[in-house]
Design a protein around this ligand. Sequence first.
Ligand SMILES: [Zn+2]
Length: 177
Amino acid sequence: MLRSARLVLLGALVLVAVACGPRVTPAPAPAPRPPAPLPGTPSASAPVVTGLVCPVTGAVYTDSYGPRGTGFHWGIDMFEPAGTPVVAVKAGTVRFVANEGGGGNVAYLTGGDANVYQYAHLLDFVGVDRLVTQGAMLGHVGRTGNATANHLHFEIRIANINGVRVDPYPTLRATGC
Ligand SMILES: [Zn+2]
């Protein structure tokens, strides 16, 4: 009696094993990626962010946001001589990252509006990570990272560091830069 009960139990286990079949290993979750461009975020539909001051003064620039080569250029290139002061477009918190790949020396300013303003290719930084007032000096224009000329690469990310990156051009023009 005991023996047959064991056999029944063994048979049940085999059936369960067969029914479960081979384990399928789930594919690893994809690594987080920066947000893809909204379908054609053209300048015309980019929001104008108000209340800024110019990140640099006297810059020469065009609407250079958009597809570039096989990639996408997420900001506006503002051409200036090396050493031109770069300032906080809004009051907020600045964080500096030295030698961040193609961006070179990069400053991230999280404004009081929660938008993140990115400044790339800086020659140097002024001060350390801190709270800044609007217009506070952050650094100077340079050509660190992947840059062939002295310029400020300026981006706007809406609402947070991983927010949608929009064309800063209408905002810069509206600000009078
Ligand atoms: Zn650029």
